[in-house]
Design a protein around this ligand. Sequence first.
Ligand SMILES: Nc1ncnc2c1ncn2[C@@H]1O[C@H](COP(=O)(O)OP(=O)(O)O)[C@@H](O)[C@H]1O
Ligand SMILES: Cc1ncc(COP(=O)(O)O)c(N)n1
Length: 266
Amino acid sequence: MQPTVVLTIGASDSSGGSGLQADLRTLAALRMHGASVVTAVVSRNTRDVADLYPQPTNVVTAQLTSVLDDLPVAAVKTGILPTPETAVAIAARARNGALPNLVVDPVLTAATGSRRGLIAAYERLLPHASVLTPNREEASALLGWDVVTPEDMAAAASQLSARGPRCVVITGGDFAAGADAIDVLWADGEARVLHSPRISSRNTDGSGATFATAVAARLAAADDADAAVAWAKGFVGRAIGDAAEWRLGNGPGPIDQFGWSSLTLR
Ligand SMILES: Nc1ncnc2c1ncn2[C@@H]1O[C@H](COP(=O)(O)OP(=O)(O)O)[C@@H](O)[C@H]1O
Ligand SMILES: Cc1ncc(COP(=O)(O)O)c(N)n1
């Protein structure tokens, strides 16, 4: 049997916690083949981000053309799109129908240049997204108002769905400790609040990237969006829990997509 191919379009994270490294680890853990298009190179460790070097847009589109000309890509996930030009180029491929089962994880904190320009470019991508996965801050930036409570998240998800994605999940990983991990899913014209136990851990780097990539992987495996989101939420919770005792670096470290910590082999 052949592995399913999923393409991730995003940035390299030198610490290995998030970005393409987290996405490819997630796909490998799910027994899928990951292809990757590098949009930027991020110099960072677990403590801080030192710098982000966008790749020229033609370098990004050349990688995309090479992959799409040959590999049977079943789903696509986007992470950091560092410039409006790059985001517009990706949107053009999506409009041509070249990016199936597209999951858009809008990373706006990493924008270089005009954030407004990047938001405008995202508007062109959203109509082609199967699933959009902003956290509360990213949803706030896309909409221009502060998304705070679960009620806000439901309203925001509804408003974002009007911009074209078939399904929207607003993630609430940053809610105050002690509460459940709450996400709000908008699908088929209604909002649903998804609860899972909040895992206490300082290591949550790459949770959003892992979640969005797991959604893309499950769409590639023919789950519908609700089932893919529910599955991905379970997967990321397990990965956070398994890495809770890790001390890799002095800041928030990576999560355990492979479940290495539950293996007895060391
Ligand atoms: N401590 C946690 N325990 C359980 N699930 C979590 C925890 N932190 C985040 N999640 C889940 O991980 C996924 C990614 O969410 P989030 O952390 O908000 O993304 P981002 O990294 O983009 O901010 C969501 O499904 C969220 O509920
Ligand atoms: C290189 C890099 N750094 C950070 C993120 C955001 O990740 P998350 O959505 O998990 O916060 C990302 N997608 N890529």
